[in-house]
Design a protein around this ligand. Structure first.
Ligand code: GCU
Length: 371
């Protein structure tokens, strides 16, 4: 498929639903941005039942002198309460010591299990290279997504849905799914970060891989406190254009993971052209904050080209803000990252995974904006 045929098929990021052309940042902020947020809530991720809950508290356990005296560890229980009971999100945070200013941070939404996030660092994983992140001058933060909502089709009885949903009658077709619940949790970490003098809340990047990448994008789109958003191999309903027509389709994802999105999204199974949004519009919501998308050559299910093209079609919003965005429309060779103006992309050789190579690019790119 050529880029021209995409241009005709995709909803234009700078044209409102009633046909108005957006030409200023002010119009974007006032009209088009909120309109796109509402479309994604309505048709894809769902409306959250709660924002910051009234009953939210932080309980911190600090351990000094870790990582060869380079870091302190904070284990923070983020507790919340709603009509359906209580929940706890456990944040694990390593902060570099000996800094004059509060540290910038990477927050990973971990979808791969607690073996990648050992607080004692006996087991170490490239998926979350906390020592290396700290060495580069960043705080390394991680949450495990199942604290918020188990990743199963449980009829939305468990997790934050069970705690906060109060529907009269049946569950609305636009109510939030699991991705929105996980993204909600990332925002509760930001509520905590606002209270931690060791971390600079204005310089936090949210990162995720695959379903965690979909989550990072939605969290960063909604919560403008995230200074940077990084999507690794997020694919369908993450960075990849649905109209790309390769790899995982809307029907594939809804059939296997019906709990990830809202019920309205199922109406678009096999009907991508009718969807009022596409994923470039999700990336555009991050503007003018830096956004980084990464793909892997053997991850055809996530459709690398469609992930790249999403950036290309989100670029007009960055340009509205006077940013050059990627600065090229050419799909790069493997292992040749493009670090543009507020937009970055790379195609790593290899399989669906989050690797040291990926982290190195993220940190190099972040150094330009968060340091
Ligand atoms: C499945 C799913 C993808 C998802 C991936 C993951 O492959 O189809 O959409 O990104 O799991 O989270 O690893």
């Amino acid at each position: 498929m050529t880029t021209e045929s995409f241009t005709r098929m995709l909803p234009d990021v700078l044209t409102t639903a009633d046909g108005e052309q957006i030409t200023t940042v002010e119009q974007w902020q006032r009209k088009r941005r909120p309109e796109i947020v509402t479309l994604f809530r309505e048709y894809v991720y769902g409306h959250e039942s709660v924002q910051r809950p009234a009953a939210l508290s932080f309980h911190t356990n600090v351990t000094q002198g870790l990582m060869g005296n380079r870091a302190i560890r904070k284990q923070v229980d983020i507790r919340y309460e709603g009509p359906g009971g209580q929940g706890v999100l456990r944040l694990l945070l390593f902060v570099p010591v000996g800094r004059e200013k509060p540290a910038p941070a990477f927050l990973l939404v971990n979808n791969r299990g607690a073996e990648h996030t050992d607080p004692d660092r006996e087991r170490r994983s490239p998926f979350w290279p906390a020592e290396w992140i700290v060495e580069r001058g960043y705080a390394a933060a991680v949450i495990n997504y199942t604290d918020l909502d188990p990743d199963e089709d449980d009829g939305f009885r468990n997790g934050v849905h069970g705690i906060f949903d109060e529907f009269e009658g049946s569950r609305p077709a636009n109510a939030w799914g699991a991705i929105a619940a996980w993204a909600w949790g990332a925002s509760r970490v930001m509520d905590y970060m606002e209270t931690d003098p060791d971390v600079d809340v204005a310089r936090v990047a949210v990162v995720g891989h695959s379903r965690g990448g979909k989550t990072a994008l939605w969290a960063g789109a909604l919560d403008e406190r995230f200074a940077m958003v990084i999507s690794n191999n997020s694919g369908c309903t993450g960075a990849a254009l649905a109209r790309g027509n390769r790899g995982e389709t809307i029907k594939d994802i809804n059939d296997r993971f019906p709990h990830w999105f809202n019920a309205n999204y199922k109406r678009f199974n096999g009907r991508e052209p009718d969807l009022p949004v596409d994923q470039h519009m999700l990336l555009s919501l991050i503007a003018p904050r830096p956004v980084y998308v990464s793909s892997a050559t053997q991850d055809e299910w996530a459709d690398p080209l469609s992930e790249f093209l999403s950036l290309i079609y989100a670029a007009p919003v960055y340009q509205l803000f006077g940013k050059h965005a990627l600065g090229t429309e050419r799909f790069p060779q493997p292992d040749t990252p493009i670090h543009g103006d507020r937009m970055g992309y790379h195609l790593r050789t290899g399989v669906h995974d989050l690797t040291e190579y990926d982290w190195e690019q993220f940190m190099d790119f972040a150094d330009r904006y968060l340091k």
